[in-house]
Design a protein around this ligand. Structure first.
Ligand SMILES: Cc1cc2nc3c(=O)[nH]c(=O)nc-3n(C[C@H](O)[C@H](O)[C@H](O)COP(=O)(O)O)c2cc1C
Length: 235
């Protein structure tokens, strides 16, 4: 009989049980977005899960959508995450990193005044962003040019390499919940013409390019993709 406690082969991974921890943003990484002792303690406390998927982590600098969420673009962040993965492994746990671009959910107050980027210049109108100055409305993002998209793909590739250096067991690409990749997937947020807009194939292009790039680093048996077609969060 298969139970929650029956081991499972998940791609290249053998996990001891079927209880997985969903990625949960905790905003504990400080202003430089560097993982720390508190985060290591939090993940070690959960290391008996078959697999932990660590919280949404900025692949590319300057795309903060929450105050003090972690990143994986600097040497200090790699070192901070290595401390987390070493401790989770010492407790016999397994941990993937969720890598992410916040797209139009980012805010200038979290990114030194920089306007967020997105497939089309359409703001999120429900809810708002928590910033050091309180909750603020989302702003209208700048439409990414097609020639900027290879830079986004290579940013995800570099983040995947950094996650490897930080000792993770694999990667989850965040293609869910109304952030950049999901914004490209959705016809409500993506009004582009050209290779990245219009048809389903075109709207999926950026996500598939990111998937290829990350898989080229990790092998496709250690890479997951989270999507959320039924979730209306972030419009
Ligand atoms: C505080 C909080 C933080 C979350 N952070 C993330 C995140 O970083 N990445 C992500 O993909 N989902 C995130 N989620 C969504 C959860 O992973 C999960 O999908 C959600 O709580 C609903 O649970 P369910 O999917 O089991 O229905 C977050 C949810 C909450 C409540």
């Amino acid at each position: 009989m298969i139970t929650l406690f029956t081991p499972l082969k998940l791609g290249a991974l053998n996990v001891p049980n079927r209880i997985f921890m969903a990625p949960l943003t905790r905003c504990r990484a400080g202003d430089a977005h560097i993982p720390n002792e508190l985060m290591a303690k939090y993940y070690v406390q959960r290391a008996s899960a078959g697999l932990i998927i660590a919280e949404a982590t900025m692949a590319i600098e300057g795309n903060s959508a929450f105050w003090q969420e972690p990143g994986i673009y600097s040497a200090e962040q790699i070192t901070g995450w290595k401390c987390v993965t070493d401790k989770v492994h010492a407790a016999d746990g397994k941990i993937f990193l969720q890598i992410w671009h916040g797209g139009r959910a980012c805010h200038p107050l979290l990114n030194r005044g920089a306007q967020p980027v997105a497939p089309s210049p359409i703001a999120i109108t429900n809810d708002g962003v928590r910033t050091p100055e309180g909750k603020k409305p989302y702003v209208i993002p700048r439409e990414l040019r097609d020639d900027e998209l290879p830079g986004i793909v290579s940013g995800f590739r570099k983040a995947a390499q950094n996650a490897k250096a930080a000792g993770f067991d694999g990667i989850e690409i965040h293609g869910a919940n109304g952030y950049l990749l999901d914004e490209f997937l959705r016809d409500g947020a993506n009004k582009r013409t050209g290779p990245y807009g219009g048809s389903v194939e075109n709207r999926a292009r950026l996500t598939l390019e990111v998937l290829e790039a990350v898989s080229s680093v990790w092998g496709n048996d250690r890479v997951g993709l989270r999507i959320s077609p039924l979730n209306s969060y972030n419009e």
